[in-house]
Design a protein around this ligand. Structure first.
Ligand code: SAH
Length: 534
C-alpha cells in the first residue's frame, strides 16, 4: 500500500501523464517491479467508482462508462471525440460533471463554441483519488474503437504507456547525444583548422597591411605603457641575479668601458646607464619610449650623473642620436623564453645603425635550453582537473589550457632529463631573421617515468673582450629570477625510459598577429604541439 499510496497521491492533483516527471527512475523498472505495480493497479481497480451522474458505485472504469451509456445515455467517448477533448481538458471535463452535477442531456446537447469546463478551476479533483482521472482519454477511445468489451485496469494501461513513451524518449535522447558528440568533434577540428589559418596567415597581403600596422601601433602603445609604471621596474631591480650580474660585468671590466660612448637601449629607471657611467664611460645615451624615462632623469640628477648621461625619449627605431656611432650598446631586453617581447629586434636595429666598427653589444651570448619534466601531480592539477570541476565535466577547457605556455618556477626535482641547448645567439652577429628558427633536439632521459612537460629557459653571458666574464642562468637548478621558467605542458604524457634519447624538433616563430608574442611548436614522437607565449 505504501507505494500505491505514493503513486496515487502524485496523480491525484495532476493529469495522469503529468506524473512522468515525478516517476521514480523509469529506466530501472524491471519485470518484477511491473508485476508488483500491476497487482497494485488491480487492487485499485477493484475499488468503487462513483458514477458521474448518480450515486451508484461501480467496480471498474469500464463498468462506470457502460453504466453512463446505458442508464444516463451519455457515451463519454462520444463527448471526448466530439469536442476533441485532450488529456488536460479530460480532467476538467470529469471534474466539471462531478462538481456541477450537470444533467446528462446537457452534456450531450452542447452547442459548438466555448466549452463549459474550460475554467482552470475544474483541474481540482472533486473526488479524492478519482480512478476516472487516472484514465488516459486517448486510450479510452482507442480501446472502444478496437471493440474491446472490457478495459484493462486503466491505471496500469496508463502506467505502461508512460513507461513505453519514456523508454522511447530515452532512446531518442541517446541517439541525439551521439549525434551531438560527433558534431562537437567536427566543430573542434574546424576551430583548430581556422586557428591555424589565422595564426599562419601570410601578412604580406597588401590589402591588410594598413590594419596590421595600426594593430601593432596599438599593441606597442600598450607595451610601452606597461613599462611606465614603477611596479615592473621594482620587480626587475629586485631581481638580484639579473641586476647584480649587469653591475658586476661593468664594475669588474673597467677596461671595456673606460672613455667609451655607451648607448643604453631601453634605460627604464636608468640603472644600467648609471653602472656604465660609474664604470668609466665617457658618455652614456639613455633611450626609452616609456614614461619611466622622466623618473630616470630625476634619478640621475639625484646621483649627480647628469653630466655623463643624456636622455632621449622615444623608440630607438625612430629617434636620432646626438652622435653618429657608439662604442658599446648595453640593454636588458630579455623576455620569457628569451625571445618573448621581441625587444632584441630593437637592439639589433640600434646595433646596425649606431655601433662603431669593433664596438660591442652586451650581453653578447645567449643560450636557450630545454629539459624534460616528469611531474604527474602538476599534470593532474592542470589537466585532469578539468574532467571533474565541482561535479561538472569541463574537459573541453583542456584545449584552451594546454596550448598556453606557463611561466612558473619549476621544481628541479621534477627534471627527468639532462638539459640541452637548442639555440645560441651572438648579439654581435645575429640577424633579425635568425630570431625565428627551427632546431632538432635530443633529451637524454635520466628517469623511467612519464614525461609530462618540457621546460624552457635561457642563460646570459657577458663575454666579448672581458677579463672578468660573468653570466647568469634562468634555469630551474639555480636561484630563481623574475623570468622563472617557461613550461610547455603535454596533454598526453609520454612514457620514457632512463637512458633513452627523446628526440624532437622545436620551431620558434613570431605570432604574425602579435609580433611580440611567440609561437613555439614541438614535433615530438609523431605529435605536433603548438604553444602560444603571450
Ligand atoms: N634597462 C632597465 C629597463 C629594462 S626593461 C633595467 O635594466 O632595469 C626594458 C625597457 O626598454 C622598458 O623601459 C621599455 O620601455 C624599453 N624599450 C623597449 N623597447 C624599446 C624601444 N624600441 N625603444 C625605446 N625603448 C624601448
Amino acid at each position: 500500500m505504501g507505494k500505491q499510496g505514493t503513486i496515487m497521491a502524485e496523480c491525484t492533483d495532476t493529469h495522469p501523464s503529468a506524473g512522468v516527471e515525478d516517476m521514480p527512475d523509469l529506466s530501472d523498472a524491471d519485470d518484477s517491479g511491473d508485476d508488483e505495480e500491476q497487482w497494485q493497479w488491480m487492487e485499485e481497480d477493484s475499488q468503487h467508482i462513483t458514477c458521474l451522474f448518480c450515486d451508484k458505485l461501480l467496480n471498474s472504469v469500464t463498468e462506470t462508462l457502460q453504466h453512463c451509456t446505458v442508464e444516463h445515455h451519455v457515451n463519454l467517448v462520444d463527448v471526448i471525440n466530439k469536442h476533441n477533448v485532450d488529456d488536460y481538458s479530460y480532467i476538467k471535463l470529469i471534474n466539471f460533471i462531478r462538481s456541477t452535477k450537470c444533467e446528462p442531456s446537457h452534456l450531450m446537447g452542447l452547442p459548438d463554441g466555448p466549452l463549459p469546463w474550460e475554467s482552470e478551476d475544474f483541474l481540482r479533483p472533486v473526488i479524492q483519488d478519482d480512478p476516472l482521472l487516472q484514465t488516459d482519454p486517448e486510450e479510452l477511445c482507442g480501446q472502444q474503437g478496437a471493440g474491446l468489451s472490457t478495459f484493462e485496469p486503466s491505471g496500469a494501461q496508463s502506467h505502461h504507456a508512460i513507461l513505453q513513451r519514456a523508454t522511447a524518449a530515452e532512446e531518442r535522447a541517446r541517439i541525439s547525444e551521439e549525434a551531438l558528440a560527433r558534431a562537437m568533434e567536427d566543430m573542434h577540428k574546424l576551430k583548430l583548422l581556422a586557428q591555424g589559418l589565422v595564426l599562419n596567415a601570410e601578412t604580406r597581403r597588401t590589402a591588410n597591411m594598413g590594419s596590421i600596422a595600426e594593430l601593432q601601433d596599438d599593441e606597442d602603445e600598450a607595451y610601452f605603457s606597461s613599462y611606465g609604471h614603477y611596479g615592473i621596474h621594482e620587480e626587475m631591480l629586485k631581481d638580484k641575479v639579473r641586476t647584480e650580474t649587469y653591475r658586476d660585468f661593468m664594475y669588474s671590466n673597467p677596461d671595456v668601458f673606460r672613455d667609451k660612448v655607451v648607448l643604453d637601449v631601453g634605460c627604464g629607471t636608468g640603472i644600467l646607464s648609471m653602472f656604465a657611467a660609474k664604470a668609466g664611460a665617457k658618455k652614456v645615451i639613455a633611450v626609452d619610449q616609456s614614461e619611466i624615462i622622466y623618473q630616470a632623469m630625476d634619478i640621475v640628477r639625484s646621483n649627480q650623473l647628469e653630466d655623463k648621461i643624456t636622455f632621449l625619449k622615444g623608440r630607438i627605431e625612430d629617434i636620432c642620436l646626438p652622435v653618429e656611432k657608439v662604442d658599446i650598446i648595453i640593454s636588458e631586453w630579455m623576455g620569457y623564453f628569451l625571445l618573448f617581447e621581441s625587444m632584441l629586434d630593437s637592439v639589433l636595429v640600434a646595433r646596425d645603425l649606431y655601433l662603431a666598427d669593433g664596438g660591442s653589444v652586451f650581453p653578447d651570448l645567449c643560450n636557450i635550453s630545454m629539459a624534460a619534466i616528469g611531474d604527474k601531480q602538476k599534470h593532474q592539477e592542470r589537466i585532469a582537473f578539468w574532467d571533474d570541476v565541482y561535479g561538472f565535466n569541463m574537459a573541453c577547457m583542456k584545449k584552451a589550457v594546454v596550448p598556453e605556455a606557463v611561466v612558473e618556477v619549476v621544481n628541479a626535482d621534477t627534471l627527468i632529463s639532462e638539459p640541452t641547448v637548442i639555440q645560441t645567439i651572438d648579439c654581435n652577429r645575429v640577424s633579425l631573421s635568425e630570431l625565428e628558427f627551427v632546431s632538432d633536439f635530443c633529451l637524454k632521459i635520466t628517469n623511467t617515468t612519464d614525461c609530462t612537460a618540457i621546460v624552457g629557459y635561457f642563460d646570459i653571458f657577458f663575454d666579448k673582450g672581458c677579463c672578468n666574464k660573468v653570466m647568469f642562468s634562468t634555469g630551474p637548478q639555480v636561484t630563481k629570477t623574475h623570468w622563472k621558467q617557461t613550461v610547455f605542458l603535454l596533454e598526453r604524457p609520454i612514457p620514457v625510459q632512463a637512458g633513452e634519447e627523446l628526440q624532437g624538433k622545436i620551431t620558434v616563430r613570431k605570432n604574425k598577429k602579435d609580433p611580440r608574442s611567440l609561437l613555439v611548436t614541438f614535433d615530438l614522437r609523431d605529435r605536433k604541439l603548438t604553444y602560444n607565449l603571450q
